[in-house]
Design a protein around this ligand. Structure first.
Ligand code: SF4
Ligand code: SF4
Length: 481
């Protein structure tokens, strides 16, 4: 059965809807109404944002349309403060693992589209997958996001087995402790199966929220062509208890200002329907060139570096509790500038070809979905983050402690999660330094640990962390709260 047939009955639920929660005309009305916001309006919104309150669409429109340099600079300072208040100064690290590039869809902008005959396709066998995981663990990775195209070969049984395999690989004290999933929209029944194997976040990116653009870029004879099947997949996940969901846009497909509003409307929809549970993460991806994919080399709505910074900042202010992911699609220089604007997670040491961790460290353009901008090793990026004064973290504590969904949102919205984040960052960085770091990184990391340890005010907490550090020195692993 082809995939369209498989889901056809389930599409009916969405075809019967009169409208969905993205109203294109309303979004443009709001952006146009605030085309030239007054300074007092900008300041009013910044004041609200400073109290860590989720903004309304009209307020976001004001920030998006603001072109006053002084208040934009204030906005950037505020994003940095907000992120530190909610999560502390930690940056969480992960690396993607591309499991299959076979895809039945034909997204115009993607190197994996089915009509692209220039790439050789591959779906990892379980043995190959285990080898990939061993290599990742050998570099010090603890968190991954498993990435799949949409094909009958990578059905839910295959996906579940890959998750089981990833968790089962142990290498010395190393292991992957959190496997997030980036795959196609699934049915409720499939999502139930995914929940049982213990995934972290279920990420599905809408790519573009703009209906007409979506239609143009995703052929109607593919599953991906069904806008609402994708738009409501996080609802289906939350319906069955997969309660950490990740949103994202591929910036460059349509006007970034509209897409930012789309992300906010999506957040509001989820919060209203699921008792305050909004997106666990939002990912920021700009379209990048891909093999034999002319559209990706010359996107109509390419987002400039300056606009990209503004858009990241606007989302941090509008949705203060969400995790924000900046990937290695971006160059090292861009990442350095954008991370302080509220980014809480980055990948490093990433290889994005299927089987990529098996090869030498140079990129494999013939197999990639798009080109990577930052190909530095995990060790190099961890060192840089330390030297910038942040604390790198390989923490995976929350979902292992059951802090997901509503529970996590409560901690995030009250900023209490910061306490867990900083302690776990110290412990996981220490573990990395002991097991994997080069001498320079170890030096930079120890200095950062000493700095943040000194900042812990509560004596009991400090004693816990100091004891955890001693345990790690003595050979214990996986110390977390
Ligand atoms: Fe397939 Fe995703 Fe690429 Fe579309 S974007 S062709 S669904 S891998
Ligand atoms: Fe993430 Fe929770 Fe760890 Fe903080 S404590 S880094 S929110 S898993």
């Amino acid at each position: 059965m082809n995939l369209l047939e498989k889901y056809r009955e389930e599409f009916a639920e969405y075809d019967a809807m009169e409208r969905d929660f993205i109203d294109d005309a309303l979004i443009w009305d709001q952006l146009n109404q605030w085309a030239n916001p007054k300074l007092r309006d900008v300041r009013r919104v910044l004041e609200k944002a400073a109290s860590q309150t989720r903004l309304e669409p009209e307020e976001m429109a004001i920030l998006i349309q603001n072109r006053d340099e002084e208040t934009i600079a204030e906005m950037y300072t505020l994003t940095n403060r907000l992120k530190r208040e909610v999560y502390g100064d930690r940056i969480v690290f992960f690396a993607p693992l591309y499991v299959s590039d076979k895809c039945a869809n034909d997204c115009v902008y993607c190197g994996y589209r089915r009509s692209n005959r220039a790439i050789r396709r591959k779906t990892l066998t379980m043995e190959e997958l285990r080898h990939q995981v061993e290599l990742m663990i050998g570099e010090g990775q603890k968190r991954t996001v498993l990435v799949y195209g949409e094909s009958p070969e990578t059905d839910i049984a295959y996906i579940c087995e890959t998750v089981r395999q990833v968790y089962s690989v142990k290498n010395g004290g190393g292991e992957i402790r959190r496997a997030n999933i980036n795959c196609a929209p699934l049915s409720r029944d499939e999502l139930r199966q995914l929940k049982q194997v213990g995934i972290g976040t279920y990420q599905v990116f809408q790519e573009t929220y703009h209906h007409e653009t979506y239609r143009k870029l995703h052929p109607a004879d593919t599953v991906k062509g069904h806008y609402r099947w994708r738009l409501y997949c996080h609802d289906r996940a939350l319906d069955v208890g997969v309660d950490d969901v990740g949103l994202g846009v591929l910036f460059g497909l349509y006007d970034w200002r509209f897409e930012a509003m789309g992300l906010l409307y999506h957040t509001i929809h989820l919060e209203e329907k699921y008792n305050g549970v909004g997106p666990h993460t939002i990912s920021f991806s700009r379209i990048k060139p891909a093999l034999n994919t002319p559209y990706a080399s010359n996107p109509e709505y390419a987002v400039s570096d300056a606009d990209f910074k503004k858009l990241v900042a606007v989302i941090r202010l509008a949705i203060p509790y969400t995790g924000m992911i900046l990937t290695a699609r971006e160059s090292a220089e861009v990442r350095k500038e954008v991370i302080p604007l509220g980014i809480s997670q980055i990948d490093a040491g990433s290889r994005i070809g299927v089987g990529g961790y098996q090869e030498a460290s140079n990129a494999m353009p013939d197999k990639e979905q798009f080109q990577l901008g930052d190909t530095r090793s995990l060790d190099e990026v961890i060192r840089e983050i330390c030297l910038e004064g942040h604390i790198p973290s390989l923490c995976t504590a929350c979902y292992r402690k059951g802090r997901t969904g509503e529970h996590f949102m409560g901690l995030g919205k009250s900023s209490f999660v910061r306490n867990f984040c900083m302690l776990n960052a110290i412990c996981t960085l220490k573990e990395y330094l002991l097991d994997y770091a080069g001498p320079e990184t170890r030096k930079a990391g120890e200095a950062v640990i000493a700095k943040y340890l000194a900042e812990i005010g509560d004596a009991q907490t400090k004693a816990f962390v100091e004891q955890a550090l001693i345990n790690l020195e003595n050979g214990a692993r996986d110390q977390y709260l």
